[in-house]
Design a protein around this ligand. Structure first.
Ligand code: DSN
Length: 423
């Protein structure tokens, strides 16, 4: 093997796919709430020689020799996260948010235990009890949702369900919920029924790191998160808790849920925790929230219904039925992709349509904000999007929208044109 040869020399097919996706990333306006653009520093760490090392176990207790340096990088990542979020215990080994949640359930619960979680169609996550996911297969999930009138969590109803069901765990934290969450109230309810409170903060952890959303760590027994959404780090998961749960959570992740950690990604997590501790990142987190609010206000001014009437965080949900009863989320997302916007369709609370068609679009601002967009820019994107959706039969209108989006994408590109897409 010629280990010095470049990707394009060794494998032109893969090199060309990387280049094409780099070009796709540069050419669109990106509004998928869970995506972002990492720094070159994060990409270098995630693409580093740490990918070569096996290290089952934890720092100081490994099943392989030669782990003294990965011990240092894992300790560095853990210490930085502890400092950033005020956590006593941190586990940076989960490969993803789903694996982090699996590690918690395996570590703190028995199969068959009852858990209260928000249903997927109202804003929850696959790993909060969906019947097609390990969580719904192995555990006895009882679903809670949002209030039909306010489309926000009704804490009185949650308390009633918790007292009636007496779950072992309550899961808070969502994938498509645009309002602040009252962590203290959740903890009070959990304490009243003797349940553990798990907060899945995957979507909002970057806002928490930047001081733009209340921190769940002081209230929850355990917090899970991902590092690649608004957090803007290498792909992966994270668990935080008080020290008393540390041994059980360590075991829940390894050996219960996973084998060898992805040390290159742990290095990339360490870098993003350092980046998130800077004043620039705090400004970034505040700008995400401000951009989301500006964009939601603009689409509402344009006559589009936004679930719960707005947003306090990085995302919001558009109810497409307010544009046209027959317009599905899937068709709207495809149309917007054709004019240069990446976005995902999503169910809205009490959606009459199934998830693969859905009646909503989930609009997220972390990636566009990384690209430097401010309130007037995202308002312009919002106007172009609603125009495309309303005038979707009019080719000339769609061409005008496409030109407008292309010009914004060029002005606010995530990486320079000569950026190779890998390092
Ligand atoms: N798939 C992620 C999201 O888009 O929210 C959650 O895992």
């Amino acid at each position: 093997m010629d280990s010095d040869a470049s990707l394009s020399e060794v494998d032109p097919a893969v090199a060309s796919l990387v280049a094409r996706d780099a070009e796709r990333q540069r050419s669109f306006v990106h509004l998928i709430a869970s995506e972002n653009f990492v720094s070159r520093a994060v990409m270098e760490a995630a693409g580093s020689v740490f990918t070569n090392k096996y290290s089952e176990g934890y720092p100081g207790r490994r099943y392989y020799e030669g782990c003294e340096i990965v011990d240092e990088v894992e300790n560095l990542a853990r210490d930085r996260a502890k400092q950033l979020f005020g956590a006593e215990y941190v586990n940076v080994q989960p490969h993803s948010g789903a694996q982090a949640n699996m590690g918690v359930y395996f570590g703190l619960l028995e199969a068959g235990d009852k858990i209260l979680g928000m249903s997927l169609d109202q804003g929850g996550h696959l790993t909060h009890g969906s019947h097609v996911n390990f969580s719904g297969i192995l555990y006895n999930f009882v679903a809670y949702g949002v209030d039909p009138a306010t489309e926000t969590i009704d804490m009185d109803e949650l308390r009633r369900v918790a007292h009636a069901e007496r779950p072992k765990m309550i899961v808070a934290g969502y994938s498509a919920y645009s309002r602040l969450i009252d962590w203290r109230a959740f903890r009070e309810i959990a304490d009243e029924v003797g349940a553990l409170l798990m907060v899945d903060a995957a979507h909002i952890i970057g806002l928490v790191a930047g001081g733009a959303h209340p921190n769940p760590v002081p209230y929850a027994h355990v917090v899970t998160a991902t590092t690649h959404k608004a957090m803007r780090g290498a792909r992966g998961g994270l668990i935080m808790a008080n020290e008393e749960f540390g041994a059980a959570l360590d075991k829940g992740v390894f050996p219960n849920a996973q084998g060898g950690p992805l040390n290159n990604h742990i290095a990339g997590k360490a870098v993003c925790f350092a980046e998130a501790a800077t004043p620039e990142y705090r400004a970034y987190a505040a700008q995400i929230v401000s951009n989301a609010d500006a964009m939601a206000q603009t689409v509402m001014d344009d006559g589009v219904r936004v679930v719960s009437g707005g947003t306090d965080n990085h995302l919001f949900l558009m109810d497409l039925r307010s544009i046209d009863e027959d317009l599905t989320g899937r068709d709207a997302a495809r149309l917007l992709y054709s004019v240069g916007v990446t976005i995902n369709f999503n169910t809205i609370p009490f959606d009459p349509r199934p998830p693969y068609r859905a009646s909503g679009l989930r609009v997220g601002l972390p990636a566009a904000t990384t690209c430097g967009m401010k309130e007037p820019d995202v308002a312009e994107v919002a106007r172009l999007m609603t125009r495309a959706l309303r005038e979707r039969e009019d080719q000339a209108a769609l061409d005008t929208v496409r030109e407008g989006i292309a010009s914004l994408a060029a002005e606010f590109a995530p990486y320079p044109a000569d950026f190779p897409g890998h390092v």
